[in-house]
Each structure stands twice: as C-alpha cells, then as structure tokens.
Design a protein around this ligand. Structure first.
Ligand code: PLP
Length: 385
C-alpha cells in the first residue's frame, strides 16, 4: 500500500544534517552558555554563530534575533512585549491569524486595548478598503501574518507596513509558515518584528525566534537572568538553537528550485482534485507553493481525513493546531465560506520529499473514499448543494 505524509504545515521531520549539528550539544558540548569556563564559552560560541546564521537567512542583524521556545512564544512576546511599552491604544490583527496571535490580542483587549480585526476577501487576502478604514483611526500596533497556515494565501505585509508606518503604528508579522516556502527578508519587508519557528523548516520543535528592530523597546515576558539581553530569561536551549540555525541555512539553499518543484506538484494535485468536485480555497490568490486547502461540499472533513489516514495518507482537517474541535475554521469563515463547505476543509501541505507518484496515489485513494462517503446515508449530501 502506498502512503505519504502530506502535513508539512503542521510539522516537518528534522533534517539529518540539522540533527547532526545538534547532537554534540546534548552530550560532549553540554556547557551552560553563561559559564565562564571553556565548556560555557563553547556553548556561547555556538549560540553566537547560530544567531549570525538566523540573521543572515532572514536579512536581519544578529543583534535583532531573540531566541524563544517557538513561534507561539515569539508571537506572544511580540504582542505583549510591544504593547506593554505603549499606552493602551488600538491593535489591528488580520481576521485569519493563528490562535497564538489571536489569544494575546484578546488578552490585550482585556487590558484596555481596542482590538480590531482586519477583514479578508473571499480570496483570503487582506481587504484593502478595510485596512485603510482601520488605519484612519489612531493605531499603535498591527500584526499580520505573511502566509496563512490553512489556505497558504500570502498577505501583502509590505503594504500594511507602508500604510501603518505612515500613521506611526508598529507592524509585526508571523512568518512561521512563509519561511522556507517563499523568500522572506526582514529588512526588505520593513516590519518592526517578525516570528519564525524551527519545526516547520526541518528543524526541531520547541525553538523559534522573534526578530525585532533594534530601535524598538520590548518588554520581556519571561524574566529572570539576563539571557537574550534580558528579553527572554532562561538557560538557552543550545542544541535546539543550533538546530534552528542549521534549518535556516537549509531553508535558504536552493529555494527557487524547491519552490518550482513544490508548485508543480501542488498544481498536479489540484488538477486531479477539480474533477472530483473540490472547492479550492484561496485558489485565485498567490499562495505558498506547497499548500492546498479544499473541500467537497457535503462531505465532512474530519471523516474524510480519518478515512485517508486509514488508507495511508496523512492530511489535516481545518487547522492542525485546533484539530479535535469541530468548529469550522475561523479562516474560512472570515473568507465568507458557508459553514456547510467550511466543515469539509481538508489541507494538503506538501514537503520536499513528496513525489508525483504519491500525489497520484493519493488522488486515486481520495476518489475511492469519496465514492464510499457519498453513498453512506447520513454522511453524504448531494454534490449539487
Ligand atoms: N504561527 C503559525 C502561522 C503557525 O502555523 C504556527 C504553528 O502551527 C505557529 C505560529 C506556532 O508555532 P510553534 O508551533 O513553533 O509554537
């Protein structure tokens, strides 16, 4: 039986080279980077080099890199850390942000911030009119993701920066899904803060970074020792930081070729999905080349995902991070997708090792599963709905 992992937006395998780079720091080079002796200095050097690498990949300066325990912490640090240094004012977040931006935004609302969600169009991109309207009122901070984790749709963060900076607002972007899949440059984008995560780019889980413009005052969330220039206390996770840097190096290697390959595989998938009756979300927008989010109206996404899993194909229903909840995706709701369709959402996110044979095998299995489900009374609806 053929099988494949098609859930790379949820997580990726640690690359062999990344693992090899990390391993010495678990055992032989286990020093605490704060120690003065040679063990400590060795670990400190590794962190310094990692910081240089992460900065080089992202087009930032090494002094701008703060290592965190992942994308979630970096997003929390960005919103709370930037907002804490400002008078409560208005915060804009796109309506399709990951929960680890949405929840800090809600927490800030409880502290007196006026939080406004920026609308997206049916194609999943920012609604420019709504952005202008939102920025017509005094605003201190905006957080808009570079690429959406569910649909893969790319948002025009450069435009947000241009408009927001004119009004004196700071801009943070969550680049967790964009990194390694499209070109990402902190300097060119002109954002004030940017989040990345290790495990989406063949690095380890539990490590990420917030890149912050040096001129910006950030309030730490975790206090203690003076680690990370006092912005994130706690003994550094040296192996994970080394792994994140190695994964960043990997992410930038051969990016153009990888994007082309991923894109043509995704197009092959979508050419096969159409005749089966799929609605593809964000299809007309610029998207991550590896992501396809789709539904078969009348077919429950969770049921389909379980059936595909049984058949050997690992795909996600809705957002991986909120799987287990039966609510329709807030991303699709923001795009105005009807609940009936949104609850059928299935996401395929391809990775570097996926092949055309796997995609073809998947389409065959999918066609068979849809045949079963459409014939099951109580589960299937008419496709004409
Ligand atoms: N932001 C986005 C867009 C994500 O997709 C995710 C993870 O799925 C995160 C942030 C959270 O990153 P981490 O898993 O490193 O906490």
């Amino acid at each position: 039986m053929s099988s494949a992992y098609f859930d790379h937006n949820a997580t990726t395998a640690v690359d062999d080279g990344v693992l090899a780079a990390m391993l010495p720091y678990f055992h032989d080079r286990y020093g605490n980077p704060s120690s003065r002796h040679r063990y400590g200095r060795e670990a400190r050097r590794a962190i310094d080099e990692a910081r240089e690498q992460v900065a080089a990949t992202l087009g930032a300066a090494s002094a701008q890199v703060i290592f965190t325990s992942g994308g979630t912490e970096a997003n929390n640090l960005a919103l709370h850390g930037l907002a804490s240094r400002l008078q409560p004012s208005r915060l804009l977040v796109s309506a399709i942000e990951h929960p680890c931006v949405m929840q800090p935004a809600l927490a800030l609302a409880r502290k007196g911030w006026g939080v406004r969600q920026l609308a997206v169009t049916a194609d999943g991109v920012l609604d420019a009119e709504d952005l202008y309207a939102a920025l017509a009122e005094p605003t201190a901070l905006a957080s808009v993701m570079l690429a959406n984790n569910e649909t893969g749709v790319l948002l025009d963060v450069a435009q947000v920066v241009e408009e927001a900076h004119q009004k004196g607002a700071l801009v943070h972007t969550d680049a967790v899904q964009a990194l390694g899949k499209v070109a990402v440059c902190f300097d060119t984008l002109g954002v004030d803060a940017m989040t990345i995560s290790g495990h989406k780019i063949h690095g380890p889980k539990g490590v990420g970074a917030l890149i912050v413009d040096k001129r910006i005052d950030l309030q730490p969330m975790i206090t203690g020792g003076g680690h990370e220039k006092g912005l994130r206390a706690g003994t550094e996770n040296v192996p994970a930081i080394v792994g994140l840097a190695a994964a960043c190096r990997l992410a930038e290697q051969d990016l153009a070729r990888k994007l082309l390959e991923r894109g043509s595989l995704r197009d092959r998938l979508e050419r096969g999905l159409k005749p089966l009756g799929a609605v593809i979300f964000g299809e007309r927008s610029e998207r991550l080349p590896n992501t396809s989010d789709f539904a078969f109206p009348g077919i429950d996404g969770e049921t389909l995902v379980m059936a595909l899993d049984q058949a050997g194909y690992a795909v996600a229903s809705g957002a991986a991070c909120s799987s287990g909840s039966s609510e329709a995706s807030h991303v699709l709701q923001a795009m105005g997708v009807a609940w009936e369709t949104a609850r059928g959402a299935v996401r395929v996110s391809l990775g570097r090792d996926n092949t055309a044979q796997e995609v073809d095998g998947f389409l065959q299995v999918l066609a068979a599963e849809l045949g079963h489900l459409r014939n099951l009374p109580g589960i299937a609806f008419s496709l004409a709905e």
